[in-house]
Write a protein that binds this ligand. Structure first.
Ligand code: MLT
Length: 279
């Protein structure tokens, strides 16, 4: 299989559901599992690994189709991504965890909760939404898959960067923009197209919200275009007892644009859920 990214020092691979998944596992304590956005990879969580692994066990994974994991040319679904994540937890002997998913990572968490609620100690749904795609949204996914197929991942970076990062970040933080571009360009077209199909086919998760019985933290950001704060409010209204934090001045990738506020929200939430007041 063609690889576009060299394995890093920290790469560990596990054989899960017939493919190789790359992950990073560091720290000790309550396990926190981080699921990245489309079309990125686990390195979007570096600031969270650095800030949180002194206190928690932090696991980040390249989802099927991304980064250093395999990107088979086949049909992708959110349920399959959830099965991969649970397969990784089994591999790591983690029975229950707090899960953090941003955007597509959040869609996967809703699918995961529906199948594996007993594995979930708490949920952090960041910059995501419960509604399915509109007809126009699905058509846009189809067009983006054609673009990826014809002209490759760098065209997808051109389309996605203005959606993922705020206008201010795009114009003032070239290093961060370069980092996001490198993540997107490091993916294979099979993975990008597979994700687009999986997201286009995802069900309406709104009816699931009232059944979510675990502690839930929702994170939104003020300047998020793909998943504006109204989407977060809808989840907060639907999930019993959910908390909502809105990060000012950030675009869609709130963990990269405002890592301190993002990390503090997670630290407080996990401490409250687990009764761990240390640190
Ligand atoms: C993401 O950040 O994962 C995507 O913007 C999600 C989407 O396209 O719906």
């Amino acid at each position: 299989m063609v690889r576009t990214r060299q394995p890093t020092e920290q790469t560990v691979q596990a054989r899960i559901n017939g493919i190789s998944l790359a992950y990073h596992d560091q720290g000790r304590g309550v396990p926190l599992i981080f699921l990245h956005a489309f079309p990125l990879n686990r390195s979007m969580w570096v600031e969270q690994e650095q800030a949180l692994s002194s206190r928690f066990r932090v696991v980040t994974v390249d989802l099927r189709g991304h980064g250093e994991s395999d990107a088979p040319l086949w049909h992708y679904t959110l349920d399959q991504a959830a099965d991969d994540v649970i397969g990784l937890l089994d591999h790591l002997s983690i029975r229950q965890a707090v899960f953090v998913g941003l955007s597509m990572g959040g869609y996967i968490l809703l699918a995961l909760y529906r199948r594996y609620a007993d594995r979930v100690r708490g949920l952090v749904l960041a910059n995501t939404r419960a509604q399915a795609d509109s007809i126009e949204g699905r058509e846009g996914r189809f067009q983006m898959a054609q673009t990826a197929y014809k002209t490759g991942p760098s065209s997808i970076a051109d389309i996605m960067i203005p959606k993922l990062l705020s206008h201010e970040t795009v114009h003032t933080k070239p290093e961060l923009v370069g980092r996001v571009r490198a993540m997107i360009e490091g993916n294979q077209v099979s993975g990008i197209a597979g994700d687009l199909m999986a997201m286009a086919e995802r069900p309406d998760f709104v009816p699931l919200l009232k059944q979510i019985a675990c502690p839930t933290q929702i994170i939104a950001s003020e300047l998020d275009l793909p998943t504006p704060p109204a989407d977060a409010q809808l989840m907060a209204d639907g999930i019993p007892g959910a908390r909502l934090a809105i990060i000012p001045g950030a675009g869609h990738l709130s963990n990269l644009e405002r890592p301190d506020q993002f990390n503090e929200t997670i630290r407080t939430f996990v401490s409250d859920v687990t009764g761990d007041a240390s640190g």
